[in-house]
Design a protein around this ligand. Structure first.
Ligand SMILES: NC(=O)c1ccc[n+]([C@@H]2O[C@H](COP(=O)([O-])OP(=O)(O)OC[C@H]3O[C@@H](n4cnc5c(N)ncnc54)[C@H](OP(=O)(O)O)[C@@H]3O)[C@@H](O)[C@H]2O)c1
Length: 375
């Protein structure tokens, strides 16, 4: 932070759903936050517009598009002394190396990219502890738990991650087989990037979030429960040893958890964020999750229990399977089949290094691609 209290932020994945919303918050508070670095992939048109608006000192993309700002690799932006906080919102394994580099250079990380903790949660938190670096959750569920635990000295006994259930919660297996990409991309309560929207429809997202919560809050997997809550108003709950529970409620708008992480430990007023109207909202309901209907969720929890390189294989296999589904090459129900095959075929490496985790990731990608083509 500079002498004027301006936090210099690098937004990784600036052209994506989380990245664009992070820039909305930065735009709303020019005296508090500055977009000092931007990183994106192929959406060069939008990135160029963002560079013209925010004038970051550095940027990264699939090719060079600007000469007023330094074009740097992701790791160099992550380590730059010009940056105080990194918003990591690039899906998949791409963000892992820059996240580790950022931690090693003492940067606070606001983490949206779930895959990083799923693949390498132990490494990330070990490094963060050594460097005394904060990893702040951006995902709405983990932000909710973080907010519920704020000021508490005791660990919770249980965490309840809420799930809307996605668009197909009441579908039969036969109906699920015929689901199209267009239908799966219509999430009932959240507007997000394509990959996470499909993961929400298969409930893989909730499995992945369970693994994230395990690392974020140092809780055993058995203490993390999933609860279907179709209204998505309660973003998660904690239960303490005395039976007392705390929940965090807010409108379904990712800008809120993003702003909380950016302004932490302060809360700041933002009239652009929607408020809940408690008197006029529909009743809040909860029910147990049906694991047998959503095999991706079960596979994620199995991979979490097996540990080592299995969670990395899970993530990579899911990413490619979702890609194949979105391009019309496999059916919705074949996503789980491909992930299961990859987990079964994988030769696990015990206590893997970061390099071994990335090797498992690339093995799973090519395995699922080949198997998917053969289906
Ligand atoms: N969306 C949400 O509400 C939400 C909530 C919680 C957590 N998350 C997590 O946050 C992450 C981002 O989600 P999203 O929904 O924002 O995804 P998204 O809309 O698909 O955006 C992905 C971003 O990453 C960039 N990117 C992709 N590959 C890249 C590469 N090789 N190098 C540099 N940049 C690259 C994309 O750039 P281009 O578009 O320019 O190619 C884009 O800016 C995911 O891990 C997701 O699970 C998302």
């Amino acid at each position: 932070m500079d002498n004027n209290g301006l936090k210099k932020v690098a937004v990784f994945g600036s052209t994506g759903s989380v990245g664009r919303q992070a820039l909305d918050i930065i735009r709303a508070f020019p005296d508090k936050f500055q977009a000092a670095g931007l990183a994106a992939g192929n959406n060069l048109k939008l990135l160029k517009e963002q560079i013209n608006e925010f004038r970051p000192g550095m940027y990264h993309s699939s090719s060079r598009i600007d000469y007023t700002s330094k074009f740097l690799p992701l790791e160099e932006i992550a380590c730059s002394p010009e940056i105080d906080l990194i918003i990591m919102a690039i899906p998949g394994s791409v963000g892992l190396a820059p996240t580790i580099a950022a931690i090693r250079s003492g940067k606070t990380i606001a983490l949206a990219s779930k895959e990083i903790l799923v693949m390498a949660g132990e490494h990330v938190f070990k490094e963060a502890l050594q460097q005394q670096v904060q990893i702040l959750p951006l995902d709405s569920e983990h932000s909710a738990i973080w907010q519920c635990l704020s000021g508490e000295k005791s660990k919770p006994e249980k965490i309840f991650l809420t799930a809307s259930g996605g668009p197909f919660y009441n579908y039969s297996h036969t109906r699920l087989k015929k689901v199209t990409a267009e239908q799966a991309l219509c999430h009932p309560t959240w507007k997000m990037g394509k990959k996470i929207t499909i993961d929400s429809a298969t409930l893989m997202n909730k499995g992945v979030e369970t693994i994230e919560a395990h690392w974020f809050f140092s809780l055993p997997l058995e203490s993390i429960k999933i609860l279907i809550h179709p209204q998505s108003i309660i973003h998660s709950l904690v239960e303490f040893v005395d039976g007392s529970m705390k929940a965090q409620l807010s409108a379904t708008d990712m800008r809120l958890p993003i702003q909380y992480a950016l302004s932490y430990p302060e809360r700041i007023a933002n009239s652009e964020l929607p408020r809940l109207d408690l008197e006029n909202m529909s009743p809040l309901t909860f029910k147990a999750v049906n694991y047998s209907k959503f095999p991706c969720l079960k596979l994620a929890l199995d991979a979490a229990r097996m540990g080592d390189t299995y969670p990395a294989v899970l993530c990579a296999a899911d990413e490619i399977a979702v890609e194949l589904f979105l391009s019309g090459q496999i059916a919705f129900t074949e996503i789980a089949i491909l992930i299961e095959k990859a987990l079964e075929k994988h030769t696990c490496t015990k206590q893997p290094s970061l390099e071994e985790i990335l090797q498992a990731d690339s093995w799973a990608r090519s395995y699922v691609r080949t198997q998917g083509e053969a289906l």
